[in-house]
Design a protein around this ligand. Structure first.
Ligand code: ZN
Length: 210
């Protein structure tokens, strides 16, 4: 468990250095059996150490006491793990490009057929499914319930979603897969940001901006 906590803390510091977890934002987790290792709530993500990582049980309750609480968005991680039995890592970050992307469409964001989508498990980028967009809500459990509901009814979605005005969440079979997914998603959102205001924009985004 210590190795896994160390890996999670190291990744938190890496994503902070990329500017994706500013101001204590964002959260990361790994599923190990029936337990989840997750970053603490309200902690600076650039300073996280292995000892700061919390272990929670199947019901979402922290194991082993301590003064820190698990991420305020733990319910979203748990919802994703419930829907996708193959998912063992979840990464959630707050970035300006993700927020801009979340404002480009109503319910689903269709991406341009970018080559990097192959790294998201899509052999033909032009056939990539759209990314679901969820409304932000001060009650995180309500966002989690919407996510669980909708993801259960999607066939072969990309391992990614957007929360409007908020950020990106991705998942993967391993922490390395989830890291690749977040890097590629953020790359796609940067491309979309660059296309805004150009004649290529609507062609690329594929949907009318809201
Ligand atoms: Zn968040």
């Amino acid at each position: 468990m210590t190795d896994k906590k160390r890996a999670l803390a190291r990744l938190s510091r890496l994503l902070y250095r990329k500017g994706w977890m500013e101001g204590t934002g964002g959260n990361l987790s790994i599923r190990v059996g029936k337990q989840i290792l997750i970053t603490p709530s309200g902690a600076h993500k650039g300073l996280i150490r292995a000892d700061d990582i919390l272990e929670i049980n199947e019901s979402g309750v922290p194991i082993g006491g301590g003064t820190r609480n698990p991420s305020a968005e733990t319910s979203i991680h748990r919802a994703i793990y419930r829907v996708f039995s193959e998912a063992h890592a979840v990464i959630h970050v707050h970035t300006p490009d993700a927020i801009l992307a979340s404002l480009l469409a109503k319910d689903d964001l269709r991406l341009p057929p970018l080559e990097v989508l192959k790294g998201m498990g899509v052999p033909h980028p032009e056939e990539a499914p759209p990314i679901p967009i969820f409304e932000n809500d001060p009650a995180v459990e309500r966002i989690a319930a919407c996510i669980e509901n909708r993801l259960r009814n999607l066939s072969a979605p990309l391992p990614a979603l957007l929360i409007r005005h908020h950020g990106t969440t991705v998942w993967g079979a391993t922490l390395e897969d989830a890291l690749r997914h977040i890097e590629l998603m953020e790359f796609c959102f940067r491309v979309l940001s660059g296309l805004r205001g150009t004649s290529l924009f609507t062609e690329g985004a594929g949907e009318e901006p809201v």
